[in-house]
Design a binder for this molecule. Structure first.
Ligand code: UDP
Length: 372
């Protein structure tokens, strides 16, 4: 008998386990995968630390979270500044004066704002009457309002529709608000005060977090809990909430990813850690050259192409699709979850929220505090 059975050895489960163990609680952490760390899992391939489930750059404004994670790793000073490639044109991201200069030749913030203002007005006139007047109803309206038609067409529309498998008019506006928009020459993808990539990779952090818990890999929660009904006082569940309840109200939608990783016998393949392919005709969204996350000087390099794919049962869910329909469905599951004081739901899948790593840590610390 354990105090907690924790389903999922990702960031939420591991932070919770660490805090619970520190307070003398016993935890059994299970994960269906053959490794810990969930989607922040990193693995070394010929001397290069590879982000196996997509690029993870840690960034936060929360000093408590930053101090907490720094107890388990040293962070380097990597600043994410991806390149967007549209056909043969290259642009800096996020949308800033470098992007505007390349796109329009403008040199001052006032010139850039004037172009955006003009395109915003045109978009408003051409069927998008509400743009800038009422709250944007969808991602397309939001993007046109923020950056105008040219940037929307070249850098947002194709990428977003590949990423989500839906039209921008069907997607919630908040997704594009994740990206900063600035009228200074600054290619930092995030606005947060603290940023970096852990030296040695993320898996080591999770190893440390789980060092006082028992861990069982290759163990699926559904099977395991049937066979071990009374193994713990309480359950911390970080899998998909609809799966937990047997999809009784229907399946929530997720977006999945497929990765193709290739090694090259060259030192520097693309000159950046992250290149976004924003043209819809290219089937992948991003190409990651992992060594640049850690300023690697190896003679070889490892590169991963990221292909968004439709999620279906059996595939890994990566992103919740937080449109109105799914959010309403989630609320039905949330109602059921609220009637289960024996289960704590956490993480991106347990809460059906597009959380970043720092929020996951903050939530795990909060839950743990109120719990213990
Ligand atoms: N996005 C875009 N063009 C880009 C990068 C991002 O239109 O070159 C949009 C797209 O809709 C994406 C959203 O911004 O889903 C959030 O991007 P972010 O990089 O935060 O996504 P994540 O790293 O979480 O996959």
């Amino acid at each position: 008998m354990y105090d907690y059975l924790i389903a999922g050895a990702g960031l939420f489960g591991a932070v919770f386990a660490h805090e619970a163990a520190a307070r003398g609680k016993t935890c059994l952490v299970i994960d269906k995968r053959p490794h810990i760390a969930g989607n922040i899992y990193t693995e070394t391939i010929n001397g290069v630390i590879v982000h196996k489930y997509g690029a993870h750059i840690f960034h936060t404004n929360d000093k408590t979270v930053w101090d907490y994670i720094n107890r388990f790793a040293e962070f380097n000073n990597y600043i994410n500044s991806p390149i967007a490639r549209y056909k043969d044109e290259l642009y800096n991201l996020p949308f800033n004066m470098n992007t505007f200069n390349k796109m329009w030749g403008v040199k001052t913030p006032a010139e850039a704002m004037a172009v955006i203002e003009k395109q915003r007005a045109e978009a408003g006139g051409a069927g998008g009457g509400a743009i800038g007047v009422t709250e944007p109803k969808n991602l397309e309206e939001q993007a046109l309002f923020l950056v105008g038609r040219d940037i929307y067409e070249k850098l947002i529309k194709g990428y977003t529709e590949k990423q989500w498998g839906m039209e921008c008019t069907e997607l919630p506006a908040f997704i594009i608000k994740r990206l900063p928009l600035r009228f200074i020459y600054d290619n930092n993808y995030f606005n947060d005060r603290y940023q970096g990539v852990p030296v040695g990779g993320y898996t080591r952090i999770v190893e440390k977090l789980l060092s006082d818990s028992e861990v069982k890999l290759n163990t699926d929660y559904v099977d395991f809990s049937k066979k071990n009904e009374r193994i713990a006082e309480k359950i911390v569940y970080t899998g998909a909430i609809d799966e937990f309840f047997g999809y009784c109200h229907g399946a929530l939608e997720y977006r999945s990813l497929r990765f193709e990783t290739e090694e090259f016998a060259e030192e520097n393949h693309q000159g950046a850690a992250v290149v976004n392919y924003t043209d819809r005709s290219v089937p992948y969204t991003r190409v990651i050259e992992h060594k640049h996350f850690e300023f690697g000087g190896q003679p070889n390099t490892v590169v991963t192409r990221e292909y968004p794919v439709a999620w279906k049962k059996g595939l890994e869910p990566y992103y919740p699709v937080n449109n109105e329909k799914n959010n309403a469905l989630y609320l039905k599951y949330k109602e059921m979850a609220d009637k289960r004081p024996d289960v704590i739901f956490g993480g991106r899948l347990g809460r059906y929220r597009y959380y970043d790593m720092d929020t996951v840590i903050a939530k795990a610390l909060d839950v743990e505090k109120s719990e213990l």
